[in-house]
Design a protein around this ligand. Sequence first.
Ligand code: MLT
Length: 238
Amino acid sequence: MNINLIPVASAAGTEAMSGATAVVFDVLRASSTIVTALSSGYRMVYPVVNVEEAVQIARERGFCLAGERGGQKIPGFPMGNSPLEFSTGPVAGADILVLTTSNGTAAIRKASTAEKVLIGSIINARAVARTAISEGRDIALICAGSDGLYALEDILGAGFVLMEIVATANSVPAMDDQALTALCLARYYQQDPLAGLMEANHGKKLLGLGLKSDLRWCSRLNLYDTVPIFAGNYIKGS
Ligand code: MLT
């Protein structure tokens, strides 16, 4: 099992994912939101890249519409991209989410050429690590990034999954230096994951929007055992 890390999804080529198990990270906040929703009674999530398509699908299929741009709820949308909005379960029976976000949903779709696509975060790190190992393939850690740039929080999320892979395998598997860097970053913040999220540039932006409760939620290591799997057009929890 070889592990490589792609620091920004826009740099993810099909060769890196061919035959591999991909784990997609957008810790602040799409992957944390997806894990929380599927752990709280939502049945599936339909990730969409652009706003107009999300509105059309939600209207045609009666799904619950949710989305973010610039860290804030899209005007006119009933729900945004704060994981806390989804932690209390579906409203009015709409248990399938259509979700469009600035970075995370595009990164998930970008990973679709992999053999299997898992959604990773800090809040489901151990469960994702165990599933990725059980798949028995090479692992590609896909970090969404933010607006095409390297995002510390995504590298940190990948690092926590790597820590769990090392603990589960009781050895340090072969990995590239980008993955090794993520592992070292997680070891640095392992006593206080929230500190890492608060130092990240996007974390600071969310703090400026008054969303510290989102950062606190996204930092709760191994909160859930849900492993979201993206297949076809839908993300389902396992
Ligand atoms: C996302 O796609 O999750 C975005 O990167 C940012 C956010 O929701 O604040």
